[in-house]
Design a binder for this molecule. Structure first.
Ligand SMILES: *Cc1c(COP(=O)(O)O)cnc(C)c1O
Length: 388
């Protein structure tokens, strides 16, 4: 029986051991034992589904994967040490030399680096479309195009892409649609509903939600996950069982945490719209957001990330960060602690000025990852930094 999201996140639990523990124990073991030679032989030929070695599978990883599969409405999945390991392994497993990717231009910095610096070494090229001009996507698709890739909302500009439109384009051209659903989480948005073949996540962000562990996951169609699994079990990017245990536990509170994150973010975004030191506030559920209608269609809530444009460009952006008292200047997001970043001088500093502007990263852009402190305390800190 399929229960509600919150219930599944808690009650979807691997089988209890002989000790009848209430919550899931940690299976911190590198390998597993076999009953006899026949059991071992059958396990290796996959006639038996059994844990063999924690690079392949582990009960804690299995529980984490099953929860995310359930949340995203996916057939299968595999968990990784980091979000980037999930993204890299997904592409590396599915692509061959000569294949082509069509990707949104505004994507996570390391994913962009993968596409521009590493994949060309293996003769895999990427063409980029402007998120605000999805009509150009079809003109970029070539006979060798295998994957259409995007994030929504984007990092750090908080742009929204119409997932339904992407799903239709991918289907029409018979290419795979892969969505990085990190900013939304499956609580807010489920890309598979709109035709995504695979969904990737940095579990480090809102899934862990407390800034403690790194992790990544891909879920989606079983025949694709099979390829990714075989590649990964031989190349070794597996998630550590301890981290899987932390992440599975964190998912139990995903819904309540994300509810509060979004409630606070929406209130702060509304309050900042009228501040004189801010020229622009971008938040998916503000009517002023260019893709407000699409956000309302595909997202349950607006997310926890706000992008603001501080008047006065790069210097004003840096001054704002220096005036912050409580919030953290840190590279993470989706943490209990509110984090402010200045992408132009940090996460996206490796891009050229031109590439940054094309990806919507203006010099004064500040990203706020709204945490779980009291909303008034967060707002007070941000406002005093803007005033100074
Ligand atoms: C952080 C992030 C990643 C990378 O995840 P790691 O766990 O840091 O490797 C990928 N995509 C998005 C959108 C991210 O925010």
């Amino acid at each position: 029986m399929s229960k509600h999201f919150e219930t599944e996140a808690i009650r979807n639990q691997i089988e209890r051991s002989q000790f009848q523990e209430h919550t899931t124990p940690m299976y911190v073991t590198s390998s597993f034992v076999f009953d006899d030679a026949e059991d071992m032989r059958a396990s290796f030929t996959e006639e038996k589904i059994k844990n063999i070695y924690s690079r392949y599978s582990n009960p804690n990883n299995t529980e984490f994967i099953q929860k995310v599969m359930q949340m995203e409405g996916a057939e299968d999945g595999f968990a990784f040490a980091t979000g980037m390991a999930a993204i890299y392994s997904t592409f590396a497993a599915l692509l061959s030399s000569g294949d082509h990717i069509v990707s949104a231009r505004s994507i996570f910095g390391s994913t962009h680096t993968l596409f521009t610096q590493y994949f060309p070494k293996w003769n895999i090229e990427t063409s980029y479309f402007d998120i605000n001009n999805p009509s150009e996507i079809e003109s970029l698709i070539q006979p060798s195009t295998k994957i259409l890739y995007a994030e929504s909302p984007t990092n750090p500009g908080v742009d929204i892409i119409d997932l339904e439109l992407l799903g239709k384009i991918a289907k029409k051209h018979n290419i795979l649609l892969i969505i990085d659903n990190c900013f939304a989480t499956p609580y807010i948005q489920q890309p598979i509903k709109y035709g995504a073949d695979l969904v990737v996540h940095s579990a480090t962000k809102l899934m862990d939600g407390q800034g403690r562990v790194l992790g990544g996951i891909v879920v989606g169609k079983s025949e694709l996950i099979r390829e990714i699994y075989l590649f990964s079990r031989n190349t070794g990017p597996a998630l550590a069982p301890f981290n899987a245990w932390v992440l599975s536990k964190s998912l139990e509170t995903l819904a309540v945490r994300v509810d509060r994150h979004c409630e606070s973010a929406f209130a702060i975004a509304k309050a900042l719209e009228s501040h004189s030191a801010v020229s622009k506030v971008k938040y998916p559920f503000l009517k002023s957001h260019p893709q407000y209608e699409i956000a309302k269609k595909q997202m349950k809530l607006g997310g926890n990330i706000i992008a603001i444009e501080v008047k006065g460009g790069i210097e004003a952006g840096r001054k704002f960060l220096n005036a912050i008292k409580m919030c953290s200047l840190s590279a993470n997001l989706g943490d209990t602690r509110t984090i402010v970043t200045h992408p132009a001088s940090t996460t996206h500093s490796k891009l050229s000025e031109e590439e940054r502007l094309a990806a919507g990263i203006t010099p004064g852009l500040v990203r706020i990852s709204v945490g779980l402190e009291h909303v008034n305390d967060i707002l007070e800190d941000v406002v005093q930094a803007l005033n100074s």
